[in-house]
Design a binder for this molecule. Structure first.
Ligand SMILES: [Zn+2]
Ligand SMILES: [Zn+2]
Length: 266
């Protein structure tokens, strides 16, 4: 199996001391490519550094809605500049989070709109984080200089919402929650996603899949997500790995021959 973890935070404090060991375990589990996603300026710079230091790793740069209150025009210009780097393949994670409301909603919408404009200008896909804000997020995507593609990360919306996002050119990325025993609506939603729009992720260090809940999540556990999806869709784990990996290459504009898959991380 060769897997692509399309959303993880090896740039997080939780991985400060052991990135090489985490990557070795990922490789042993068959995870060949990782997208390390930024959430503020420092984590975006760290994502890029990891992408430069290790083959098979790519970076996304951007401001999480939690950080909206702190973002300056200068910061956005820096993100725009980083998007010209060949290993920076997306702008993210960006979006709206009305669950925690760490930044005022109005500012979240404004910074989301500004980042969508940067993505459209730089012709890069966006990685979207949304929590309890679907109507505003859909509205923002529709009139915010629609980027040509993007990802709904760690998605768990209804099947009706899923149809709306698919219409807007979004890929749907599924993470650890699909393995939770209380994920009753996930199978129905999963079947709504055309196989060419499906991605998988860990969101490590968060959202650890069953049976490792309670521990720090890491990319090696992506196999659990692939296995659960294969069960639900009646495919082999290998088929799920192949189709989601190829979808990731297409979504992020990565040429497989340049993906560094198969090269050693050590
Ligand atoms: Zn997120
Ligand atoms: Zn994330």
């Amino acid at each position: 199996m060769k897997l692509f973890d399309t959303h993880c935070h090896l740039n997080d404090e939780a991985f400060r001391d052991d990135v090489p060991a985490v990557l070795t375990r990922a490789r042993e589990a068959g995870v060949e490519n990782l997208l390390v996603v930024g959430y503020d300026l420092a984590s975006s710079q760290q994502a890029l550094k990891l992408a430069e230091d290790f083959p098979g790793i790519f970076a996304a740069v951007g401001f999480h809605p939690h950080e909206a209150a702190t973002v300056s025009g200068e910061d956005l210009a820096k993100i725009g500049k980083m998007l010209t780097h060949e290993k920076v393949v997306a702008l993210g994670e960006i979006g709206l989070d009305y669950h925690y409301d760490h930044s005022p909603r109005e500012l979240q919408r404004e910074v989301f709109r500004q980042q969508l404009a940067v993505a459209a200008k730089m012709k890069k896909p966006v990685i979207i984080h949304v929590r309890e804000a679907h109507p505003d997020l859909l509205a923002g995507l529709k009139d915010g200089g629609l980027p040509y593609r993007g990802v709904m990360h760690c998605y768990s919306g209804s099947k009706e919402l899923t149809r709306e996002y698919l219409k807007l050119n979004m890929y749907i990325s599924i993470g650890g929650p699909v393995t939770f025993t209380n994920a009753k609506k996930m199978p129905e939603m999963l079947k709504e996603i055309p196989t060419e729009r499906l991605l998988i992720e860990t969101d490590a260090p968060y959202l650890t899949p069953h049976p490792f809940r309670g521990q720090r999540n890491e990319p090696a556990y992506l196999t659990r997500v692939a296995m659960k999806i294969s069960e639900i869709l009646g495919l082999t784990p290998r088929e799920v790995a192949d189709l989601t990996r190829n979808n990731a290459y297409a979504c992020f504009g990565i040429d497989e021959s340049n993906s560094d898959g198969g090269r050693s991380w050590s």
